[in-house]
Design a protein around this ligand. Structure first.
Ligand SMILES: Cc1ncc(COP(=O)(O)O)c(C=O)c1O
Length: 396
């Protein structure tokens, strides 16, 4: 049978990126002692008030068809939230989606197609290649350099731009590096986007999880308003990834054009989840503050726990739910190190290669297990690193 070319383009860009995670889950299911530090799933539950609100809404009959833009409850809550950042925001700037991932997919579909280039920093979040390539466009890589704390540099952006480039896909705070762009960096990147007439799509899903530094966004710069689209969700901020509740905020002309795309794809999102999201956005909920405290502490604990591990350098994050380890000193790539760590020591981490070519010698460690499990993971990582770096005769 014949298929369309999207199935070829995405063939290796779906769950293939998570092969190690899937293998670790299988090993765990068959009784192996695995410490799972792979995906970014918050380990605390959502606030009980959110669950109560979802249940209340369901019981009140909020399970009927919605509309393509989003339920008024959540559109209003999002309008109020983003109007605090830029006073010109109205409901016309808002589109609801089931999560940041769907928002990214739809937004990219609305901006680029075959032949177009999308600029994105490398390391990059594992699904970005799929999102870009599903449209037929291609990734144009901007290297994110460890010596700059993985902050995208204006000079690197400028020298990567090709005539096909239409969009800069930014992610701040960044997964997997935890980098948080400063206002000055954003304004330098924004000036280049204006000069080359590029859209800016900014994935801000970790906005609430910053440990150090201040959140800054191209969305907040009035000079970039006509070209900036923010995507985000309650997945991380409210520890609620399974509810699949996110949004895109962009220029009214853009959202008007994207609305039929979204309607064709989704036929609206779930009203009871919209009500729960509106509740989350309009009430003081302590979840993100607790996560900030916890994940910052765990990142420091890992950096300390691995300070003496031979061949390993921990790269502490400014935000998010992960810490990168540079494992080049062990003589293995991140991919080989991660598989050895799983098979030999029962610790599952993500190989850097799932996050781009620049991350080939890194592994990404999720901060979503308690301190004792982190300490044990550090012991096991150190054991493997010691074995790998031992002189040949001692290894035998
Ligand atoms: C950078 C980044 N963007 C998007 C997503 C997807 O988020 P959502 O659950 O809102 O679809 C994730 C999830 O880990 C992420 O890390």
């Amino acid at each position: 049978m014949r298929y369309s070319s999207i199935t070829d383009r995405l063939a290796d860009l779906g769950s293939g990126k998570w092969a190690l995670h899937i293998r670790a889950r299988q090993m765990k299911a068959s009784g192996a002692d695995i410490i799972e530090l792979t995906i970014g799933e918050p380990d605390l539950p959502p606030d009980p008030a959110l669950l109560a609100e979802a249940q209340r809404a369901m019981n009140a009959g909020r399970y009927r068809y919605s509309n393509g833009r989003g339920e008024p409850s959540v559109v209003n809550a999002l309008t109020a939230r983003y109007a605090k950042r830029r006073a010109d925001v109205t409901a016309e700037n808002v589109l609801c989606f089931p999560g940041t991932q769907t928002a990214l997919f739809a937004v990219m579909l609305g901006l680029v197609e075959a032949g177009d280039g999308v600029l994105v920093g490398d390391p990059l979040y594992a699904t970005y290649d799929g999102v870009i390539q599903s449209t037929g466009a291609h990734r144009v890589t901007v290297p994110l350099r460890p010596e700059h704390g993985f902050h995208m540099q204006a000079a690197d952006l400028e020298s990567a731009i090709t005539p096909e480039c239409r969009v800069l896909l930014l992610n701040t705070p960044h997964n997997p590096t935890g980098a948080v762009l400063t206002a000055d960096e954003i304004s330098a990147l924004g000036a280049i986007c204006r000069k080359h007439d590029l859209w800016i799509v900014c994935d801000e899903v970790y906005e609430e999880l910053i440990f150090s530094g201040r959140f800054a966004s191209p969305f907040d710069d009035a000079d970039l308003a006509e070209r900036t689209i923010v995507v985000s969700s309650i997945s991380k901020s409210h520890a609620a990834p399974g509810f699949r509740s996110g949004w895109a905020i962009g220029p009214a002309e853009f959202t008007a054009r994207l609305l039929p795309v979204s309607e064709t794809m989704l036929f609206g999102v779930q009203p009871f989840i919209a009500d729960m999201t509106a509740y989350a956005l309009t009430h003081e909920i302590g979840t993100s503050a607790e996560m900030r405290r916890t994940y910052k502490g765990r990142a420091e604990r890992i950096a300390q726990g691995l300070a003496d591990a031979p061949g390993i350098v921990a790269l502490p994050p400014e935000a998010g739910m992960f810490i990168l380890l540079d494992v080049a000193g062990t003589g293995l790539t991140g991919e080989a190190f991660a598989w050895a760590l799983l098979e030999e020591e029962g610790v599952a981490v993500m190989p850097g290669s799932s996050f781009g070519e620049e991350a080939a010698f890194y592994v990404r460690v999720s901060l979503t297990v308690p301190g004792e499990a982190i300490d044990e993971a550090c012991r096991r990582i150190s054991k493997l690193a010691t074995r790998l770096t031992a002189p040949r005769e001692r290894r035998a």
